[in-house]
Design a protein around this ligand. Structure first.
Ligand code: NDP
Length: 287
C-alpha cells in the first residue's frame, strides 16, 4: 500500500518498458516488509542532467541506470565508487546528503552470481567473448579479483586490443590477451571459464552463437552467458554438447538488483531470499 511515507526508487533508461527490475524490487520490498516502490522512468538522452536534478528535487531515494545512460550520468554525480569509476559506467545511484553516489552493481552482482554458482575468479584463466561495454567491465572485474589471465576474443580485434591496453595499464600487469574471434586456436589447449559477453544469440536471434566450431567449445570448462533471454542460449547448448556446464545471465541480473536494494535500504538480502527471487523470475521467464 503506497502511503505518505513510501520511499520511491526507480530505473532511468531508454527504453525501459522491457525491464524486469520493477518486479525484482517490488517483490523484494514486499518480502522484507519495506515501504518502498520502484518505477520505470523513460529518459531521453538529451535530458539526463534534468532527470537527475528532478529526481534529487523529488527526494527519490535511489535509481538504477540502464542503456544508454550508464556513462552519461557520471558527470552529474556527487561521488563515484572506485570500481565504477575505473569501468566508467554506473548502474546504481544512491542518495547521499548532498547528491547521488554511483556504483556498478552489474559487476559486483556478476561476482556474487558466480560465487553462488560455485565459480571463483581468483587464480582463474578466463576467456571473455566480446569487447563491448560489459565485456570491458568483466575484464576489469577479473583483474581486480585475482584473475590470472584473460583471453579476450572479439569480432573487431582493434576493440579487444584497446580494452587490453587499458585494463593492463590499469592493473600494472599483462593480464588481458586480445585476439580476433577466429583466433581461438591460439589459446593454449585446456578448459577455461568462458564468459559470453556479446549480444549474439539474444532474443529474437536465438539460433546464433558467437562461435560455432566444436574445437572452441572443447576449451570451455564452464560457460557463463550474460544473456538471459532466451533462458538457454545456443552458446549454452554448444557448451553442454562439449561436456561443459553452462549458466545464463539471469542470476547476474537478480544480484545487481539485490545489491542495489541493499544499498538503498541499508539491509542485507540473504542468499536464500535472493535465490527465491531468482526462482520466481526464472519461472516467469519460462512461461
Ligand atoms: P555492446 O554493444 O557494448 O557490445 C556488443 C558486443 O557484441 C561487441 O563485442 C560486439 O563485437 C559483439 N557483437 C555484436 N554483434 C556481433 C556479431 N554478429 N558477431 C560477433 N560479435 C558481435 O553491448 P554490451 O556490452 O552493453 O552488452 C552485451 C550483452 O551483455 C547484451 O546483449 C546483454 O544481453 C548482456 N548483458 C547482461 C546483463 C545481465 O544483467 N545479465 C547486464 C548487461 C548486459 P564488435 O566489437 O566487433 O562490434
Amino acid at each position: 500500500m503506497v502511503d505518505g511515507k513510501t520511499k520511491v526508487c526507480g530505473l532511468i533508461g531508454n527504453p525501459v518498458e522491457h525491464s524486469i527490475s520493477p518486479q525484482i524490487h517490488n517483490t523484494l520490498a514486499k518480502m522484507l516488509g519495506i515501504n518502498m516502490i520502484y518505477v520505470p522512468f523513460r529518459v531521453e538522452e538529451s535530458l539526463v542532467e534534468e532527470a537527475l536534478k528532478g529526481a534529487w528535487a523529488l527526494s527519490i531515494n535511489g535509481l538504477n541506470v540502464t542503456v544508454p545512460h550508464k556513462s552519461a550520468v557520471i558527470p552529474f554525480l556527487k561521488d563515484v565508487d572506485p570500481l565504477a569509476a575505473k569501468i566508467g559506467a554506473v548502474n546504481t545511484l544512491v542518495r547521499m546528503e548532498d547528491g547521488f553516489k554511483g556504483y556498478n552493481t552489474d559487476m559486483t552482482g556478476l561476482l556474487r552470481a558466480m560465487k553462488s554458482d560455485g565459480i571463483n575468479l581468483e587464480g582463474e584463466e578466463v576467456i571473455i567473448i566480446g569487447a563491448g561495454g560489459v565485456a570491458r567491465a568483466v575484464a576489469y572485474l577479473c583483474a581486480e579479483n585475482g584473475g590470472k589471465r584473460v583471453y579476450m576474443l572479439n569480432r573487431s580485434l582493434e576493440k579487444a586490443q584497446a580494452v587490453a591496453g587499458e585494463v593492463n595499464g590499469n592493473a600494472g600487469r599483462e593480464i588481458v590477451v586480445p585476439l580476433a574471434l577466429t583466433e581461438y586456436d591460439k589459446i593454449p589447449e585446456k578448459r577455461y571459464l568462458t564468459i559470453q559477453a556479446t549480444s549474439v544469440g539474444l532474443y529474437p536471434d536465438t539460433e546464433k552463437a558467437p562461435v560455432e566450431d566444436a574445437a572452441f567449445y572443447s576449451r570451455v570448462k564452464t560457460g557463463y552467458d550474460l544473456i538471459y533471454t532466451p533462458a538457454k542460449t545456443r552458446f549454452m547448448r554448444l557448451c553442454n554438447e562439449a561436456g561443459a556446464s553452462a549458466y545464463n545471465g539471469l542470476k547476474m541480473l537478480i544480484y545487481q538488483g539485490v545489491e542495489a536494494f541493499e544499498k538503498w535500504n541499508q539491509t542485507e538480502i540473504t542468499e536464500e531470499m535472493a535465490l527465491e527471487i531468482y526462482g520466481i523470475q526464472k519461472k516467469n521467464m519460462e512461461k
